[in-house]
Design a protein around this ligand. Structure first.
Ligand code: CAA
Length: 241
């Protein structure tokens, strides 16, 4: 598996950054996509030596161009980690169409856009790994997150279908569903709400990004070759799917 090319979307911060760093440590040639402020991306590259590529994963043309750019720079993408995601929380009776559309586009449509951009090459080469990051809240539902929960549940259905289409071509397609993990996304929440949620986690603490990254690396590796269409929950026992 050493030397394989891996692309991590949303790969310069949080869970994505932990995945990118761990893949690199295991010998992959890694590219990290991002679409926000440039400073964290530059700092990430300085710190890790992993190149950053800026585009909006909710834009299909941009995804295709980004994949072509990385392919030209380091080779065809063999491992795709669909990690980029956002929240725009609010109760449904107050949610705007924009809150709904933005979250569905960035979290779910992106998974189609990115997978569609790499799948033909994977099929031709007879090897591929697609690992998408869902969430406990796509499995359990979450008050204030109809948009996010729908997007993250959608990833699971998408994965089950694509896994069936791709198995014969040596491509596995899986989901990792983290619980509440210590990242900027969770740190942006009201601390009182986080405290309330943490008190309901049997393990008694938030997850760490590296605990999610280890599972992604396993599914990406040759050792994960017989696992496809599955969802691996990593949530400290908070929700038993
Ligand atoms: N269950 C039941 N009722 C709840 C509730 C819950 N979990 N949370 C709030 N309520 C109730 C409140 O008690 C309140 O009731 P009253 O009107 O009778 O007082 C009512 O709902 C409205 O609550 P708020 O005043 O808090 O409403 P708000 O509009 O200010 O905020 C909210 C609503 C944005 C959804 C806020 O409750 C919130 O941020 N909830 C957390 C959402 C969450 O977990 N997000 C996860 C982000 S991290 C992530 O998504 C990563 C991942 O994958 C895990």
């Amino acid at each position: 598996m050493a030397g394989r090319v891996a692309l991590v979307t949303g790969g310069v911060r949080g869970i994505g950054a932990a995945v990118a760093v761990m893949l690199k440590a295991r010998g992959y040639k890694v590219a990290a996509n991002y679409h926000g402020a440039d400073d964290p991306a530059v700092a990430f590259t300085t710190r890790t030596g992993i190149s950053h590529y800026k585009w909006d994963v909710s834009d299909f043309d941009a995804c295709q161009k980004g994949v072509a750019q990385i392919t030209a720079a380091i080779g065809p993408i063999e491992v795709l980690v669909n990690n980029a995601g956002i929240t725009k929380d609010g109760v449904m009776h107050k949610m705007t169409k924009e809150q709904w559309d933005d979250v569905i586009r960035v979290n779910l449509s992106s998974v189609f856009y990115m997978s569609r951009s790499v799948i033909e090459g994977m099929r031709t080469r007879g090897f591929g790994r697609i690992v998408s990051i869902s969430s406990i809240n796509g499995q359990s539902g979450q008050f204030g997150q109809t948009n996010y929960s729908a997007s993250k549940a959608g990833i699971i259905g998408f994965t089950k279908a694509l896994a069936q289409e791709s198995a014969i071509k040596g491509i596995t397609v899986n989901v990792v569903a983290p619980g509440y993990t210590s990242t900027e996304m969770v740190r942006a929440m009201d601390p009182a709400i986080v405290e309330k949620i943490t008190s309901k986690i049997p393990v008694g603490r938030l997850g760490q990004p590296e605990e999610i990254a280890r599972a992604v690396c396993f599914l990406a590796s040759d050792n994960g070759g017989y696992i496809t269409g599955s969802t691996l929950s990593i949530n400290g026992g908070q929700y038993l799917a």
